[in-house]
Design a protein around this ligand. Structure first.
Ligand code: GYE
Length: 307
């Protein structure tokens, strides 16, 4: 279906490739680093990037995709804010012969040939890693652990899969229980609000907070401190992403564990665009390499952090 757009490039091999890129928004440190990585890589690869910020709204992202189709870009890159509801517009892109690549987050569609590849992290594994770390810190395996989960955007693949992975491992520890779960929308303010809301109607009885990103974890830490609790000591805090601010929080002992999720997808993404336009076959899934960081090793790694 994308032969038409490929032909345009084959006929003029020196022509610059136009990529329409629909980003989620500016909700987190991760996202800002992700945008930067993609913009820089586009320049390095000599690709013309048409950037659209979705401001965390699917509607805005769909409008952006329709503009890209209208402009007849060569390739569309989508980081979908939520995973469902894309069938119609992806069908339109397919009908126009424009290939779509997914960056960072996934979509769930009726048909499975609606995109060329998905470049991003293994969110399920990130969730499992978070719970495995917690299990490794429990001195008494029968110790009762009350967990608060601060979830990212509702319906986004990282939120759903981090939860799922965490719970999958948690099942092996019947003494561990998620007693409260609420959405913080991947923002600092959102994380803070979840803790504030809980405080407003409960006596504090949480041992561990599993926050699905750094910004929400740091917001939660601020809220705990405002109520005289010490994050990292009175409440264990686990986070995902690995932004520099989270490394600093590990060093300051306000955070206990960070499961890495790299936003530096730009080079892989632009390489995929080039390969696609050169008629090469793309793997259906490109996964990034990630680690787990703690108070013990944060100091050693903080200087080499790129985001
Ligand atoms: O963890 C969060 C961001 O989709 C993996 O989105 C990404 C997530 C990331 O807002 O910080």
């Amino acid at each position: 279906e994308y032969v038409e757009s490929l032909n345009r490039v084959y006929e003029e091999p020196d022509r610059i490739i136009d990529v329409g890129y629909a980003q989620v928004g500016t909700e987190s440190a991760w996202r800002l680093a992700n945008t930067q990585s993609i913009k820089t890589a586009a320049k390095d690869f000599g690709i013309n990037l048409i950037y659209e910020d979705g401001n965390q709204s699917q509607e805005r992202q769909i409008e952006a995709l329709r503009r890209f189709i209208e402009m007849e870009v060569d390739v569309i890159v989508l980081s979908p804010v939520v995973d469902s509801g894309w069938d119609e517009v992806l069908e339109e892109a397919q009908d126009a012969g424009i290939p779509v690549l997914l960056s960072d987050r996934k979509v769930s569609t009726q048909k499975d040939d609606m995109y060329m590849t998905f470049i991003g992290a293994d969110f399920l594994e990130e969730g499992r890693r978070a719970m495995r770390w917690l299990a490794g810190t429990m001195e008494d395996p029968l110790e009762h652990v009350r967990i608060m989960e601060i979830e990212g955007t509702v319906g986004a693949s990282p939120s759903e899969e981090r939860s799922q992975g965490f719970q999958e491992v948690m099942q092996e520890y019947p003494n561990c229980q998620i007693v409260y779960s609420a959405c913080g929308d991947f923002t600092y303010e959102g994380g803070k609000q979840v803790v504030e809301d809980y405080m407003a109607s409960h006596k504090w009885d949480i041992d561990v907070i599993f926050s699905q990103n750094d910004d929400m974890a740091l917001g939660a830490a601020e809220a705990l401190e405002a109520h005289g609790l010490k994050p990292g000591v009175d409440v264990k805090l686990i986070s995902v992403d690995g932004a520099r601010s989270a490394f600093q929080a590990l060093i300051d002992k306000r955070l206990n564990c960070v499961v890495e999720c790299s936003p530096l997808l730009g080079p892989q993404l632009m390489k995929a665009v080039k390969d696609l336009m050169a008629g090469k076959e793309l793997p259906l899934r490109i996964i990034t390499d990630e680690k787990v960081y703690t108070q013990e090793n944060a100091q050693q790694y903080i200087r080499s952090r790129k985001y």
